[in-house]
Design a binder for this molecule. Structure first.
Ligand code: TRP
Length: 73
């Protein structure tokens, strides 16, 4: 499978979670990465990863533009 573009996640607070969900018949969490404020993760969708869930306040830079997730108030 062709590799997709990268997405960049920059945490705007401590304890942001980047959760990878599996590709295939069932969609389950398979990986969770914790980022502290200022930390950056660069990731791709792969054969194993069909979706990502970002919990917490972060900037998510994608080919579709910049999305800002919000933390709980
Ligand atoms: N082994 C995983 C994969 O190849 C690693 C991975 C890729 C990942 N993209 C991710 C983990 C996004 C969490 C979030 O699919």
């Amino acid at each position: 499978m062709a590799q997709s573009e990268y997405i960049v996640i920059k945490a705007a607070e401590d304890g942001v979670n980047v959760i990878g969900l599996t590709r295939g018949t069932d969609t389950k969490f398979h990986h969770s990465e914790k980022l502290d404020r200022g930390e950056v993760m660069i990731a791709q969708f792969t054969e194993h990863t069909s979706a990502m869930k970002i919990r917490g306040k972060a900037e998510i830079h994608t080919a579709y533009g910049l999305i800002e997730s919000e933390g709980k108030k």
